[in-house]
Design a protein around this ligand. Structure first.
Ligand code: SF4
Length: 455
């Protein structure tokens, strides 16, 4: 099998919520399409009169609730996910008219530029976007199809991905990674650092600085969410809960279950920020962007271990990243492909690996912690009510964070060799379960809670 060549910072993407495959991916694709269009000969660009963006499959089914229109429009206007201010996205609600500059011409765009096509089923991927440039009589001057494959990653139809540098220590499965660790004597974070340097050309110092930035953005999302109150955007009328949960935590120092309450408050906080379309880090996706930040925040600031060295936290982030990469490489992190097991399930596994690394456990415990967390999310469907990443998503992030702690505790107490299921096996089971899952449970808002709960 080909080795993993994903960078840690492709997995941990910074961008606007509420959905990596429905906002971050489409925004990136729209921005790239404008760049591709800009390469057309001037004679062709002169004929362009309109841009059309057609959404298919899950993007058509839940794109409204997931904020896909405003993300696509922002991308067409030249914004990138990591630098697009949230207020630009807010200003896109009800966007009536603007222009995108192509060659020397201003081409009009508006909300009507983005078409929801619920009738034509995508044949290549459930999250398909077709971009077209049209001339005076509607003739097609350029057409490109992109697939938002989860976690904000984009693939273009007919594009052969550019050859990537080889990792220093190639592996494609957890079993192979354990072999690398055995044969080199390196720790898991050291393997990841060597690979990241080989893949990106960054120095260890630069990688460390970028990991610090990722952690800062995660913590910011928690802190903003703990402060904010009031209803979330959208028609559900769902009220934020993180602030109230955290107040209970603060006001009752004697409460026995305080750590669980803190964890829930922090997961709600980041997930509510995501639901508001504010800046988050995909871990591995935007919908699941409350799990790892909650575990990080509680570990760093609210547990007796608070004050843990930053280097330890950076290494733990690398341990969590490897779990997300393995899931993306060998299964999927897209709710539209495998349901929520690939989003909150993988996030929980990443967070369990984070904890095992923070507390200094060897790689086999890290694997077992991740496996246990993932195993108990297998079969989890994606059924966001009215297509909004709110119900069940926000509470589910809290559950993923709590399960990550439980999985870590179970793994840390195990006798070596007694754990019966490998992480590679759990990921294979997730991929097969996702393939067998009826389409209405894969981010279409047509099954489960979405079909039953009417807000
Ligand atoms: S149910 Fe899970 S996979 Fe589906 S939108 Fe919500 S968080 Fe994402």
């Amino acid at each position: 099998m080909r080795p993993i060549t994903t960078s840690v910072f492709e997995l941990f993407k910074i961008g606007p919520g509420p959905s990596s495959s429905h906002t971050i991916g489409p925004m990136l694709a729209a921005r790239e399409f404008v760049d591709q269009a800009g390469q057309l000969p001037p004679a062709v660009l002169d004929q362009v009169r309109a841009v059309e963006v057609r959404l298919f499959g899950s993007l058509a089914a839940t794109g409204r609730g997931h904020g896909t229109v405003r993300a696509v429009l922002a991308g067409l206007l030249g914004h990138r996910p990591e630098s697009c201010p949230p207020d630009i996205l807010d200003s896109m609600a009800g966007f009536e008219a603007g222009t995108v500059r192509l060659g020397g011409r201003d081409v009009p765009i508006s909300e009507a530029t983005v078409v929801f096509d619920l009738f034509d089923l995508p044949d290549r991927h459930p999250n398909t976007i077709r971009f077209s440039l049209k001339g005076e009589s509607g003739d097609i001057l350029l057409e490109r199809e992109a697939y938002s494959v989860g976690g904000g990653f984009i693939e273009w139809k007919d594009d052969v991905p550019a050859e990537r540098p080889a990792p220093a220590h190639p592996f494609s499965t957890m079993a192979e990674l354990l072999d690398v660790i055995d044969s080199t004597g390196l720790s898991l974070p050291e393997v990841m650092l060597d690979n990241e340097a080989a893949l990106t050309g960054l120095t260890r110092q630069e990688i460390g600085a970028k990991l610090e930035h990722v952690m800062r953005v995660m913590e910011d999302s928690v802190e903003r969410g703990l402060e904010a109150e009031g209803p979330l955007p959208g028609p559900l009328g769902l009220h934020r809960k993180a602030h109230a949960l955290f107040e209970r935590y603060r006001q009752d120092p004697q409460m026995q279950d305080r750590p669980i309450l803190a964890l829930c408050a922090c997961a709600f906080a980041a997930a509510e920020e995501n639901a508001s379309g504010h800046t988050i880090v995909t871990a591995p996706t935007a919908g699941a962007s409350g799990v790892l930040p909650a575990v990080l925040y509680v570990t760093k600031n609210l547990r007796p271990t608070a004050g843990v060295f930053r280097k330890v936290l950076r290494e733990a982030l690398l341990a969590s990243a490897v779990v997300g990469m393995l899931a993306k490489h060998n299964a999927s992190v897209s709710g539209a492909e495998v349901g929520c097991q690939g989003e909150v399930g993988v996030a929980s596994a990443m967070a369990a690996a984070f904890l095992a690394q923070v507390y200094g456990h060897p790689a086999w415990v890290i694997e077992n912690a991740a496996e246990t967390a993932l195993e108990h999310h297998l079969g989890l469907t994606c059924d966001p009510v009215q297509g909004y990443v709110q119900i069940p998503c926000i509470e589910r992030n809290a559950m993923g964070a709590v399960k990550a702690f439980a999985a870590y505790q179970i793994a840390a107490a195990e006798v070596p060799g007694h754990h019966m299921v490998g992480l590679d096996q759990a990921m294979k089971a997730m991929a097969e379960t996702g393939r067998d899952m009826c389409a209405k449970y894969r981010e279409t808002a047509q099954g489960g809670l979405a079909a039953i709960v009417r807000c």
